[in-house]
Design a protein around this ligand. Structure first.
Ligand code: SAH
Ligand code: SF4
Length: 354
């Protein structure tokens, strides 16, 4: 049974080369063909010896995702529906901005097991996790889609598509390292972000990694009962533990975590919610003596999803949250949602054909 060559990390590719009696140099060549040159087959890899190509053809499977649907937003955002080797569908989004910036929002799983209330992905449950290559390929597919008439490269990537990245930690880390590798995609570590709903053990591991990857946590409420409602699978997790994990992450990595906060009218945009968020940031109230967090808060008005009749907080209320955080000395930004007209915004990815 051939095995998927794109399920391997860099060390796995070196082990494969060794097992075939080849040098590590061949493993680097193979990685470049797979990820920098976007090869569709081993036969294209003309600087590998013919006998090696034949062996690779016998022993390994190589698959490149198929773009089965694309939607282009009026703001330039593009959402691509991809079909993978086993027929599964995932979505990825390309977000151009400024002169030369292209951000890719990629998926890390087919579906998601976390079942967050306001998220379209969470509705379907988890089918499977993606392989390292399936995550990285999404960046290449988007780059190709934007490379008309001129070649473009992906400058930023966020693991904010379908799935919970930290539920697929090892394959994700391997993908981040290949994205970061100057011989492959060459994206700076600080421009590679991961968003988690808050898996504590993995936040700890992420802080220990040597690279300066960026961490975002979907907080959405600093009131325990509200967070339990929004993220039911994490309802056993005390917010004080999440905060401690983030304080440790900041101390270890020297990096400031981002807190994602999607504002829902009447649910988490009340005065009590604002107070709790300020206390979470400052280490006050229920979060007294928890240490300095120094987080960046990202406010996002809720993106409307079919299965809920919840509404986003008003623009005025979002502004008030922003102003209150800023005057308390918290670094805050209001994220303008992109691609809402093609259901490509946060929480809207469902990977169904429309
Ligand atoms: N599973 C990861 C990353 C993917 S979700 C996570 O949960 O962090 C990407 C972001 O979209 C998360 O911050 C998530 O909480 C947010 N999100 C989910 N549904 C949303 C909605 N309807 N409106 C705005 N943001 C939403
Ligand atoms: Fe999964 Fe993130 Fe959606 Fe929650 S918000 S269901 S963790 S993808």
């Amino acid at each position: 049974m051939p095995f998927d060559v794109k399920a391997l990390d860099a060390a796995g590719l070196r082990r494969l080369a060794t097992s075939l009696g080849q040098s590590h140099y061949r493993a680097s060549q193979l990685a470049r063909w797979l990820y920098a040159r976007r090869a569709r087959s081993f036969d294209e890899m003309t600087d590998l010896p013919k006998s090696l190509r034949a062996t690779l053809n016998e022993q390994c499977a190589l698959f490149y995702p198929l773009v089965v649907q694309r939607h282009v937003s009026e703001d330039g955002t593009r959402k691509l529906l991809l079909q993978l080797s086993d027929g599964a569908f995932v979505e990825c989004v390309g977000i151009p901005s400024g002169e030369n910036r292209l951000t890719v929002c990629y998926s890390t799983q087919v579906g998601c097991a976390m079942g967050c209330l306001m998220c379209a992905t969470g509705r379907s449950g988890l089918t499977r996790s993606l392989t390292t290559g399936e995550m990285l390929d999404q960046l290449n597919v988007v780059a190709e889609d934007f490379s008309e008439p001129d070649q473009v490269r992906v400058t930023n990537a966020v693991a904010m598509g379908q799935g919970e990245p930290f539920a697929n930690y090892d394959a994700l880390l391997a993908a981040l390292r290949l994205m970061n590798d100057p011989e492959l995609l060459g994206i700076g570590a600080r421009r590679l972000s991961v968003s988690t709903c808050g898996l504590l053990r993995q936040i700890g591991r992420f802080g220990d990694e040597p690279e300066q990857f960026t961490l975002a946590v979907s907080l959405h409420s600093a009131v325990q009962a509200t967070r339990d409602l929004l993220l039911p699978r994490l309802s056993a997790q005390p917010l004080t533990d999440l905060r401690s994990a983030l304080v440790r992450y900041r101390l270890k990595s020297g990096r400031r975590p981002t807190l994602e906060f999607a504002l829902v009218k009447g649910i988490n945009d009340t005065d009590q919610e604002l107070e709790a968020l300020l206390a979470f940031c400052a280490g006050a109230g229920a979060y007294l003596d928890g240490g300095i967090l120094d987080a960046h808060v990202n406010l996002i008005p809720l993106n409307v999803v079919d299965h809920l009749n919840w509404k986003p907080a008003t623009a005025g209320r979002v502004k008030e949250f922003g102003a209150a955080l800023a005057s308390a000395g918290v670094e805050v930004s209001v994220r303008a949602s992109r691609g809402g007209d093609i259901a490509a915004a946060c929480g809207q990815l469902a990977a169904t054909k429309k």
